[in-house]
Design a protein around this ligand. Sequence first.
Ligand code: COA
Ligand code: AMP
Length: 623
Amino acid sequence: MPGYRDLFDASIADPETFWAQAAQAVTWTRAPQTILDDSRPPFYRWFPDGELNTCANALDRHVDAGRGDQAALIYDSPLTDGKRTFTYRQLRDETARFAGVLRGLGVGKGDRVVIYLPMVPEAVIAMLASARLGAVHSVVFGGFAAHELAARIDDARPAAIVTASCGIEPTRIVDYKSIVDAALDLADHDTPACVVLQREQAPCELVAGRDVAWTDAMADAQPVDPVPVAATDPLYVLYTSGTTGKPKGIVRDNGGYAVALLWTMRHLYDVAPGEVFWTASDVGWVVGHSYIVYGPLLAGATTLLYEGKPVGTPDAGAYWRVVAEHGVKALFSAPTAIRAIKKDDPDGTHLDRHDLSGLRYLFQAGERLDPATYHWAVEKLGIPVVDHWWQTETGWAIAGAPMGVEAMPLKAGSATVPMPGFDVHVLRPDGTDCAPGEEGSICVKLPLPPGTLPTLWGDDERFVASYLSAFPGYYLSGDGGHFDEDGYLFVMGRTDDVINVAGHRLSTGAIEAVLATHPAVAECAVIGAADDLKGQVPRGFVVLKSGASADGLVGELVSAVRNTIGAVAALKRVDVVAALPKTRSGKILRKTMRGIADGRDEPVPSTIEDIGVLEALTPILRS
Ligand code: COA
Ligand code: AMP
């Protein structure tokens, strides 16, 4: 196989030949004759005349190839003491039947299905069943509250919702069904049908005429064959935080995604059919979509669905137990999970209790892998620890170390090198390229490779405004960083108001919108402050309306954020302050506040309106 440099150069010099070759790994119902439609820049479409079904590629074709008895999905749930393995045949049959359930509820090609489920096999089945029908799923992470779910329902306008009676967190049962009921009440869109998985830990009431229990519906359903769709038809919409309170509906197509994910399973993750790949994320995030569900199954590998935490379920050896018990070859998690393990078990004593000889790689993403955590993991595991950088928008890694291609030297703090197809540039504000070592905006020259977002759901204009306008001809990632002299990419953090809390992407704008609705609050700012465990945590600063009382205010604001956005927002600290530092044109100096909170020597912008306000705030920011 050619080395990284040859592959990368080929992908940039002649993307169509590169991806046409990669597309041969997919089973098409109509093979694409055109590889890239670039007739309408800045909109690009991959494999525009190809036709396929992604679910058939993930399940049926492995059964047809004689591997129906191989494990497709292993469910391991320390939170319920549950374990279950589905072979490819079993997963195909369950999925085909659930597709029959959805069809019976009126779901057809192009219709949306909102999925709000915990980490149970039914989540994977519901996603694949939607794909089987040519419908478009939109999975909402369980840590989001009713208001956020309602916003997504109103944008996606689903024909059906699939949910469960409850989710299980270590310290409490989360009443999913009540959240769905509340969201449906809040939403303007009228969702006609709701399939509910009753879990024994907390069964729920069903609403007559709208709700149907999963098992009852399955008992009556007929299996459905895969429906071919255009490669450019949407497979899913996944909402992610932007800089405003309104989430962005990232669209993923069918054909480009299948091609790209298949390419990555072999070349980036070095995983072959039959090998066990474990992504310890949640199906509600892009990492879960790509590497719990689609990537490993498209590749004919065995995927692992883990309903538990890295620590406390029952201890900091949980990951190592799962790796040893199920023969995991590659583990993919967020650095925050490794930091949580390191905090509880700094000497790695749990590692010695399990046979980890089969574990070849630890992949990390969701936030920057900080050097201290990198060194700890390398020392304790003695295997490559591979940071790779990506976003909901791109669906797969923009930069990483392609372990199936060559064992590149890794550097602490770096996401290594751009993946084939991603022509990464670090740009100065005037659009020229930064020199090595010089920080700038990380951008990708268009066209983006297959699998990346073709647009935002129902909003081409916002797509162009958000990503393609700052530097014409380039995709703006929203991350800042630099290349070093060897061409290694260092991704240092967001340049906008998106924050990353325990690997969860959140918008400070959305949190501010909640704080601002409190009757006592005149104005507010939320910043992401550095945190040893979670990477970042939100911190709120509020200025009171004149005459308003601060009594009990902080508790009310914390609850309001938890109830409106969800537990995952994890806002714990709010300070009541006299004033917020602003520029003369009235813009709050969030970046300056963040720098001071993180202990940096932050330059004071020359446009500041009143330096005294910043000076008064500095000790609070530093405390
Ligand atoms: N449903 C309902 N609530 C959820 C939830 C879900 N699926 N996931 C998390 N929550 C809740 C938690 O119970 C917690 O609530 P609490 O405030 O009552 O304790 C809150 O949301 C914050 O959760 P989190 O920040 O995840 O903290 P945690 O203590 O539960 O777990 C880690 C810490 C490190 C284990 C966890 O954050 C983790 O594994 N993160 C990785 C994230 C990830 O995979 N990102 C994708 C990129 S790879
Ligand atoms: P999400 O869309 O939820 O996957 O979050 C994407 C954002 O997470 C990126 O824009 C980065 O800010 C951050 N991120 C993800 N992976 C990495 C990484 N390996 N290094 C640095 N930042 C990362």
